[in-house]
Structures are given as structure tokens and as C-alpha cells.
Design a protein around this ligand. Structure first.
Ligand SMILES: Nc1ncnc2c1ncn2[C@@H]1O[C@H](COP(=O)(O)OP(=O)(O)OP(=O)(O)O)[C@@H](O)[C@H]1O
Length: 261
């Protein structure tokens, strides 16, 4: 199958830094694939996401290649890929009504008129299970809980039907129940729309329960990339074994549904 996204030897060095924050990372993502990227704080996960979204700060040096083989051209932010972050406040405008924010994404990227974009926004709010979408369209971000704001940010990010959603710690600030709902939403969106997902997380159990494959980052490098259960059950890299050993007790992780030998 033609890859959706292909990274070759991608490296990033931030201004005034001697060491790269991302060091020669190569990987493919298939259309519809759910890839989790795990690793300790500072290992380069967000840098990878920012690099492929074209959002690195000015002065950052990027080398290597990012191609989108199944698109046959470079990807457009918002249209071909969307992003959601840990803080939905980063992507929602506090003084714009929810309906306008979601409709604006549809209008801009799909070229819909306001009326059609509004109808789509209403449908999207229903799809991400915001209660009473009609009322929500006229409300402002502060009138919603953190979990609901994250759902709204997801609705805006998927308004243009992107081929890829990048979720950078998008569930880490939420309580466990709300987190599970957002994860179920990601799963539904990928299954229904064939959308691919890059899920950046510290939570190995979450990665193992949702992702098709898991990439492990350590000190700017990709140290292991394997199907999720294989990586959890038979990790190859010493660092992955260390991470699994220190961060979760897999014998006590019902979300994975298996135990490590
Ligand atoms: N704008 C920046 N300028 C300079 N250094 C940066 C910048 N952003 C990140 N870094 C550094 O790059 C390295 C990788 O950071 P990055 O945020 O990609 O890691 P991460 O794995 O996403 O961490 P976390 O899980 O804490 O978000 C770290 O050493 C970090 O301090």
C-alpha cells in the first residue's frame, strides 16, 4: 500500500542548541493507520509532530525529507492533516462562538459557503458527542468542560476531513473517563473515515490499546517501531524494555488485555 506519510532521516536542531532534538528519524504511516509515539519528556516527540506539520519555530534547522506519497504532493495544514494539542485553548479562540470556529475550518478548507459550513459544523459537533449541538453552536469555549473543549477542538481539526490527525498529548490533561471517551472517538473517526492518527503520549497502556504500531523515542532518536502488541510483549530495544518496566505494570493493565511473559 502506498504510504500516506514518509519521513526519511528527519533531523531538527533548535536555535542555540548543540544537540539535535530529532536525530535522523525515518518512518512510514499507512493511510488509516494509528501510530502512537511514546517516550520520556524531552525525547523529541513533539518536535517530530511540529516538523511534519511545518510548525517548527523560526531558526530551527530541519534536514531530511517529508513526503506524502498517497497525496502525490505536499500536505496542506488543516486540509490534509489536523492537529490537536494537550490544551484545547491553544486551538480554540475564546471570543468566537463554537459554531463559527468549526464552520470556519470547513469553509476555509472545503470552500463551502457559510450556510453549508454551519450545517457541517452542527453535524460534526453531534459526531464528537457534544450535548445539544444547536445550543453549542452559539456558545463560547469557556462554557464547556475541558473534555468537551477537546472534543470541539477535534471537531474543528477534522472539519476538512483530513487524511491524518496529529494528537499531541491530547488526552493527558483529562480525567480517566473523559480520556477513554476521547480515545473511543479517535478509534471511531479512524474506522469510519479511514483517517490516520499520530497519537503522542506518555501513556504506554493507552498507546497499546489504541495504536496499530508504536514508535519509541529516546534522546531524539527512534529506537523501536513495531506493531503495538508485539512491542509490548517482546520489546527488542533495551530502552523499550526499560520504559515498559518503569512506567507501567503490564500484568495489571486491563486495557491491554494481555500480560507480558
Ligand atoms: N523551541 C525550542 N527551543 C529550544 N529547544 C527546544 C524547543 N522545543 C523543544 N526543545 C528541546 O528539544 C528537545 C525535544 O523536545 P520535545 O518537546 O520535542 O520533546 P517531547 O518528547 O515532546 O517532550 P514532552 O513529552 O515533555 O512534551 C528537548 O530537549 C527540548 O528541551
Amino acid at each position: 500500500m502506498t504510504a500516506l506519510l514518509h519521513l526519511t532521516e528527519l533531523s531538527v536542531t533548535y536555535p542555540r542548541q548543540a544537540e539535535p532534538a530529532l536525530d535522523a528519524v525515518s518512518l512510514d504511516i499507512a493511510p488509516g493507520e494509528k501510530l502512537a509515539i511514546i517516550g520520556e519528556s524531552g525525547s523529541g516527540k513533539s518536535t517530530l509532530a511540529l516538523a511534519l506539520a511545518g510548525l517548527l519555530p523560526r531558526g530551527a534547522r530541519l534536514s531530511g525529507n517529508i513526503t506524502w506519497p498517497s497525496l502525490g504532493r505536499s500536505a496542506r495544514a488543516g486540509a490534509d492533516f489536523g492537529m490537536v494539542f494537550q490544551d484545547p485553548g491553544a486551538s480554540l479562540n475564546p471570543v468566537l462562538r463554537i459554531g463559527e470556529q468549526v464552520a470556519e475550518a470547513a469553509q476555509r478548507h472545503l470552500g463551502l459557503d457559510w450556510e453549508k459550513a454551519g450545517i457541517l459544523a452542527l453535524e460534526l459537533l453531534g459526531r464528537v458527542r457534544i450535548p445539544d449541538p444547536e445550543l453549542a453552536m452559539r456558545a463560547y469555549p469557556h462554557q464547556f468542560s475541558g473534555g468537551q473543549r477537546q472534543r470541539i477542538a477535534i471537531a474543528a481539526a477534522i472539519a476538512a476531513r483530513p487524511r491524518l490527525l496529529i494528537a499531541d498529548e491530547a488526552t493527558s490533561a483529562l480525567d480517566v473517563l473523559v480520556q477513554a471517551e476521547i480515545v473511543a472517538l479517535f478509534r471511531d473517526l479512524c474506522a469510519a473515515d479511514g483517517m490516520a492518527l499520530i497519537l503522542i503520549t506518555h501513556d504506554i497502556a493507552l498507546a497499546a490499546s489504541l495504536a496499530d504500531r508504536i514508535a519509541v523515542m529516546h534522546q531524539a532518536r527512534l529506537v523501536e517501531l513495531a506493531p503495538a502488541l508485539q512491542l509490548v510483549e517482546t520489546p527488542q530495544a533495551d530502552y523499550t524494555r526499560h520504559l515498559l518496566g518503569t512506567h507501567i505494570d503490564l500484568t495489571d493493565t486491563p486495557r491491554i488485555g494481555r500480560t507480558v511473559p
